[in-house]
Design a protein around this ligand. Structure first.
Ligand code: ZN
Length: 243
């Protein structure tokens, strides 16, 4: 296991907050700061933030080389994320960096590339309540949680969610309007672990909810690299004398 702090980079496109009064009221310091604030009390984490409009989107080779887990929130500006940065993040995931992809990050270039499917889903903005059920109570990401988490107001996401079958399903959401959604899914790609977690529409203060913060914190802990061996591939000399 890790014997050094888990280095977390919280990435947010940080556009809604600049152009929409309601979003700015919900997240005066930006969605990234609300997420980072929820992670900082964990003594095992060292947390930094990065945003789209910084040089190289704040995701320089140096930042990514020093990131164990990347948390991703994006929505209105997925198309503005440069392909070369997506490739850089993807390569780090293959090499073992963890990712926690939140809410509308389902349509980000990096998540779609990692999944290989459209990642499309059903949605509705009607301020209805969401009940997030823990369906895998033995999973590390469920640590310390109650049986379910109630959010008074959220955007609805409904099935079908076009993702590959997750390695593990940790949460299923139910919405007042009747839809359900696989709202907590884990995947492995290369050496990297990926956790997708659904809630977090920009006009609700979801990332201040203590239980949502607990889930994201648990997700970061789970997704962190475990310090396994570096794979060696290609033509190989035998370890034993042959013949
Ligand atoms: Zn949304």
């Amino acid at each position: 296991m890790n014997n050094h702090p888990i280095r977390v980079t919280v990435w947010n496109e940080y556009r809604h907050e600049k152009v929409d009064d309601l979003v700015r009221q919900c997240y005066p310091a930006g969605i990234h700061e609300a997420i980072a604030e929820g992670l900082r009390p964990n003594q095992a984490f060292v947390v930094r933030t990065a945003t789209l409009d910084e040089p190289e989107h704040g995701l320089t080779a140096d930042v990514l080389a020093n990131t164990d887990v990347l948390v991703w929130w994006g929505h209105m500006a997925h198309g503005d994320v440069k392909d070369e940065i997506v490739e850089r993040v993807h390569a780090r995931v293959m090499a073992g960096m963890g990712m926690v992809v939140l809410h509308s990050g389902h349509f980000s270039k990096i998540f779609k590339k990692l999944m290989g499917t459209s990642c499309d889903l059903k949605w509705r903005e009607a301020g209805e309540n969401e009940r997030i059920w823990v369906v895998n109570p033995g999973h590390q990401i469920a640590q310390g949680l109650p049986e379910h988490i109630d959010l008074d107001e959220e955007e609805m996401y409904g099935e079908h969610f076009d993702i590959p079958a997750p390695d593990e399903l940790v949460f299923v959401s139910w919405f007042k309007g009747g839809e359900v959604f696989r709202s907590g899914c884990t995947f492995t790609r290369g050496n990297g672990r990926i956790f997708y977690f659904r809630p977090g529409h920009e006009t609700y203060q979801t990332y201040f909810n203590p239980l949502v913060r607990q889930v994201i914190s648990n997700g970061v802990s789970w997704a962190a690299p475990i310090g396994g061996p570096s794979p060696v591939r290609g033509n190989a000399k035998p370890l034993e004398k042959l013949g």
